[in-house]
Design a protein around this ligand. Sequence first.
Ligand code: SF4
Ligand code: SF4
Length: 273
Amino acid sequence: MPNSIVFKMDDPAELKAIAGFHEAYRSHCSASKINHVKFLGPEDRFSFTCQRTNTCCRNFSDGERIILDPYDVLRLSRKKGITTGKFMSKYATLTLDNETHIPIALLNYSGREHKNKCHFLRSYGCSVYQDRPLRCRLYPLGRLSSRDKTFYMLINNCPCGDKLSSNEWTVSDWLSESECKSYLEFENVSNGILEDCDMEIYKALSPEIKLEFGRMLYDIDRLINSFDRETHPTGNQEIMTCLKRWAEEFLAANGCLKDHEASPQPVEVCSLP
Ligand code: SF4
Ligand code: SF4
C-alpha cells in the first residue's frame, strides 16, 4: 500500500504552520513502514478495538523502540521500586535525536531469543499496565505537540487491530480512557523547556553536554535529592516546576536559553550532586 497522509483537522493550514512537518513525517512513516496515517483533531472519531494479543509489545528493533518521557521514567521507576537513575541504567538507553540532538530515552527490549519483546511483557500481559508509558497508552494514536499545538495521528498499521467489530472513539475519549492526563501535563512542561531553547546554539554544544542535559531531565530523583529533605518537591506540580527551573538554569548557563543573556563561559553541568 502506498504511503499516504490524510488531513482531517478543521484547519489543515494549522499543520502547515510547522515548517517541513508534513514531508518530515511522510519520510518518517516511509522509513518506519507505517503505511497509512490520518491526522485527527480532539473530536475526530476513529474505530478501534484492541485484540489484547500484545503483538505491539514484541518485535522491537534498534530502529524501532518506545521513546520514554521523563514522567514515564518517574512512574515506571516507582512501580519497580527503584530510583529514576537506576531505572535509566537498567531499562533504558539515553541517546540524542539524530535531527534535533534533543536527548531521548529509549526503552530497552529483551533480545532475539525473546522475540525482541518489551522487558515488562509477561505471559499475562503488561506487568506495568497502570504505569505504562505514554506511547503505549496512546496507541494506535501517535502524537506530535508543541507548547500550543497538538496533532494526533491514527496509525492504521496496528498489527492485529480488528477492523470489523470495532468500538468508535473520539480522540478526547481515548485520552481519557487511557488515563493520559498527568502524562500530557508533564509533556507540555518538557515541550515548553525545549521551545525556550535556542536550537542553533544548543546544537553546537558537545554531545557530552547534551547527554548531561538528558540525564538531568530523566533522572528526576537526582533533582528531588538536590533539595534538603524537608523541602523535597512532592507531587507532580512541584516536581514539574522544579524540573523546568532546573533545565532553564542549565540552558542559560550554556548560553542557549532564549531571551536570556548567554553566560560568558558555558558550563558542563548544573550545580547538582
Ligand atoms: S497490536 Fe493493536 S490490537 Fe494488537 S494488542 Fe497491540 S494495540 Fe491491541
Ligand atoms: S510497557 Fe507494557 S504496554 Fe508498553 S510495550 Fe511494554 S509490555 Fe507493552
